[in-house]
Design a protein. Structure first.
Length: 174
């Protein structure tokens, strides 16, 4: 690695759970998979972490107090800076219609307990890949907008030059 190139940043996951043992297990297992882990015990702390550092994926419990997983998801979606951050909610099978509430709030995915850890990792990677594609498309659109603006300026300049040449031609022929 050259001295000028920076090491690639590990994907940063924000794991949110009021259950300390569940939080610790998820953080340890996901950390072992190569992710940088940020933890929060509730939705308010999670929003604070989003403001402190870039987060690639949020993984949160559906049922939390005082801010539930769907409420946290809505708060994330309402803030332009975080609106594209993928959110995966973890729900108990005993909860009524967890997927419906999660998707209505804007979550990208719901995983029901008990789950296979490998399935969670696969879903995280799928959401990261989709977010990367959206970011690439957004960058391409911004580049196209910039090129279109430059072409419009060039066209305006050519139009002004054409009017000046037409005026000069009329003056010379008169």
């Amino acid at each position: 690695m050259s001295p000028l190139s920076a090491p690639a940043r590990r994907p940063r996951l924000l794991v949110v759970s009021p259950n300390r043992s569940h939080l610790a297990v998820l953080a340890k297992r996901l950390g072992a998979e190569g992710y940088a882990i940020v933890t929060a015990s509730d939705g308010g702390a999670a929003l604070g972490e989003l403001h402190r550092q870039p987060i690639d994926v949020v993984i949160a419990e559906l049922v939390m107090e005082p801010i539930s997983g769907p409420e946290l998801t809505r708060s994330i979606r309402e803030q332009t800076a975080f609106a594209e951050v993928p959110v995966i909610l973890i729900a108990s099978r005993a909860e009524a219609d967890p997927a419906v509430r999660a998707f209505e709030a804007g979550a990208e995915d719901v995983i029901l307990k008990p789950f296979h850890f490998e399935v969670l990792v696969a879903r995280i990677e799928r959401r990261r890949a989709a977010a990367a594609r959206v970011a690439a498309l957004r960058a391409d659109m911004e580049a196209m907008d910039a090129r279109a603006a430059m072409k419009a300026i060039e066209l305006g300049e050519l139009k002004d030059r054409m009017y000046a040449l037409e005026a000069e031609r009329r003056r010379v022929s008169a």
